[in-house]
Design a protein around this ligand. Structure first.
Ligand code: GRF
Length: 192
């Protein structure tokens, strides 16, 4: 069974959907949740699903390399095959990613390659976009630039604010991320 590690920083609603899908469809096993923030809402959700979790606060480490080594060790101890970033608000270095080639996925709240980085919803509104959405992609050292596994579009409404648009995109994220992970795991399993 493919073992998935999930990295979070916050509420973990995407993490919650990933775990729910894995537990229901049994295409992979949620092996561990790691938060870089103590008390992140996602930690309680992981516990509610009986998924082991740990907190590795980035502020406890003088250097990023040491923080990433601690994450790498926790993932390897949990025998993880794939890593899903789900609202994980730290950039992973090229050195870390080299150790996990094509094994780190992310969900980004825009239709990449548009709006890499932060504040994607406001930027889409400012640009007068009629369509916005989210992208699941493989993580590479260049920010939000890796191969795309799937995208989901939502309409932009005339009276949208960044918050209403974000809420509409989040609903799409919750469907897209589990779907992309399942497709990827099914492909991996059919090759072995
Ligand atoms: C999501 O919009 C995700 O795309 C972005 O951060 C948000 C995380 O939300 N990277 P949650 O923690 O999954 O609820």
């Amino acid at each position: 069974m493919i073992r998935v590690g999930i990295l979070i920083s916050g509420g973990g609603s995407n993490m919650d959907r990933l775990i729910t899908a894995m537990q229901a469809e049994k295409f992979a096993l949620p092996a561990i949740v790691i938060s870089n923030k103590a008390g992140a809402g996602g930690l309680a959700k992981a516990a509610a699903h009986s998924v082991p979790s740990t907190t590795i606060p980035h502020g406890d480490f003088a250097e990023r390399a040491a923080f990433e080594t601690a994450i790498d060790t926790a993932l390897r101890d949990a025998k993880v095959d794939l890593i899903c970033l789900a609202g994980f608000m730290r950039v992973l270095s090229a050195e870390f990613l080299l150790k996990w080639p094509d094994q780190v996925f992310n969900i980004h709240p825009s239709l990449l390659p548009k709006y890499r980085g932060l504040n994607t919803h406001q930027r889409a509104l400012d640009a007068g976009e009629a369509r916005h959405g989210c992208t699941v992609h493989i993580v590479v050292p260049e920010l939000d630039a890796g191969p795309i596994l799937g995208q989901s579009e939502v309409p932009v409404m005339a009276d949208d604010t960044a918050d209403t648009l974000a809420a509409r995109v989040l609903v799409a994220e919750h469907q897209l991320y589990p779907q992309c992970l399942q497709q990827y795991c099914d492909r991996l399993s059919s090759k072995t």
